[in-house]
Ligand binder design. Structure first.
Ligand code: 4NP
Length: 154
């Protein structure tokens, strides 16, 4: 079983989008039994709130539901509970390392560092553009899954 935690600032826009896109992707490949997938925030700002409407509506276009998801905050104990902790942008990684107490086992990555074009995923909470976020997240999730395959993890 591979445990994957997606992380962003608020856990209402990007990291829940990554959580449910990646869940859908592994299901389509019949790999759902191989993964435990979750998402969390580095800030307390949105804790308990449902997924942002922009993310919900974008995912609905692809038949993906985020039903039941509420924003939660990343905790120090998550470092032991997860194999991969994937942030959306460089600033997330800085905050993740602060919360998790560093990264002695090299489990923390930026999602698009798995792609051919490493970069941050812009925050749609500020940009309002959930289309670009979706394309970036899909690219990152596909690249991560490919990386796991290439490294014999699945
Ligand atoms: P997210 O977007 O990190 O992609 O979930 C944000 C959501 C809420 C806030 C910032 C970013 N906020 O400041 O409340």
């Amino acid at each position: 079983m591979i445990s994957v935690m997606f992380v962003c600032l608020g856990n209402i826009c990007r990291s829940p989008m990554a959580e449910f896109v990646f869940k859908d992707m592994v299901c389509r490949r019949g790999l759902e039994g191989c993964f435990h997938i979750a998402s969390a925030a580095t800030s307390m700002e949105e804790v308990g709130n449902p997924v942002h409407r922009g993310t919900r509506e974008k995912l609905r276009q692809y038949g993906i539901s985020t039903e039941g998801k509420r924003a939660e905050v990343l905790e120090r104990t998550d470092y032991d509970r997860y194999d991969y902790l994937l942030g959306m942008e460089s600033r997330n990684l800085m905050n993740m390392k602060r919360i998790l107490g560093g990264d002695p086992e090299n489990k923390i990555y930026r999602l698009l560092d798995f792609s051919d074009r490493p970069r941050d995923i812009a925050d749609p909470w500020y940009t309002g553009n959930f289309d670009v976020t979706y394309e970036d997240i899909r690219e990152g999730c596909e690249a991560f899954l490919q990386w796991l395959e290439n490294h014999g993890r699945i």
